[in-house]
Design a protein around this ligand. Sequence first.
Ligand SMILES: [Zn+2]
Length: 367
Amino acid sequence: MKEEIIKIKEEILSELKKIKESKALSDLETKYLGRKGKLTVFLKQIANLSDEEKQKIGRLANETKQEMIRKFKEARSVISGETEAGFIDVTLPGEKRLLGHLHPITIVQNELEDLFRSMGFMVLDGPELESDYFNFEALNIPKSHPARDMQDTFYIATPHPNPLPHPQPLSFARRGERKERGQEEASVDQSDMVMRTHTSPVQVRGMLKYGAPLRCVAPGRVFRAEAIDAVHEHTFDQMEGLMVDKNISIGNLIAVMKELINSMFGRAVETRVRPGYFPFVEPGIELDIKCTICLGKGCPGCKHSGWLELLPAGQVHPRVLEYGGIDPNKYSGFAFGLGLTRLAMMKYKINDIRLFNSGDLRFLKQF
Ligand SMILES: [Zn+2]
């Protein structure tokens, strides 16, 4: 029996040498080591031997089987190595390494930050989870104000556990408004929180921190409880702008806006100014630009009007200056709230706002 095992072993080894491809190797493996393979079947006979013989032959049988399994494994790695991993075609073009992309809104934001820095503006940041006070109250939008209905706000059910006391607005003698204002201040609960509906709270935060004169922009995400369609999103990006100094007027605002539009689009884009109402500016304006997607003919991006609202803006309301601790008798300012998302849509001719937050690589790879 011992001779028989050695004979099968030599048979396998000599056949293995002739094998050149993996199909033949598998067939050979089955022929000897498969369930009905020659070696397997032969070794089953050991069970019928006497205990003494079993001991003698069992060890050899086991070792032989393990050795053969190893030999097949080696043969397989040699064959597959030569046909696949082991062969390198140096003439093939290299695989292009994929690089990440900046999001189109980030690109627009970076360009604007550069532009405003060149005009002496600071870039400020503010919290996305904002107090009701900074989001509304300090921007001249008290609780009872109908303007709160203009913005569909995400109110936060949980109050702030440890709210900081809000700074009291400075009171400068102006047209006897102090009493009225005092009543409104009493209505503010300092622990009320909202997802900020605009970047405007950073105006007041900036004024409180830096005083006047002041030039700053504040880019960031804002949130509205909107029904989503091609031009509305619940999360989008804005850039707030504020300039406070002596004798600042709407003329300064329009000059800065023209500079902005020219640099953004690389050419002069037709604009129009309409009066607009926002509680934190007086007077308020709406600056529109001719739709850059359809050039004024009408498309879904501009709701078929040919014009796109670029931004609301205006002279900072004297009361807002007071909330920022600045004397409105000495200083004036302009403010604007630029829609970064909308600007990116115009710049890159994107006609559906939902693409920005879609995470769709086919979209993002184009920038
Ligand atoms: Zn259009």
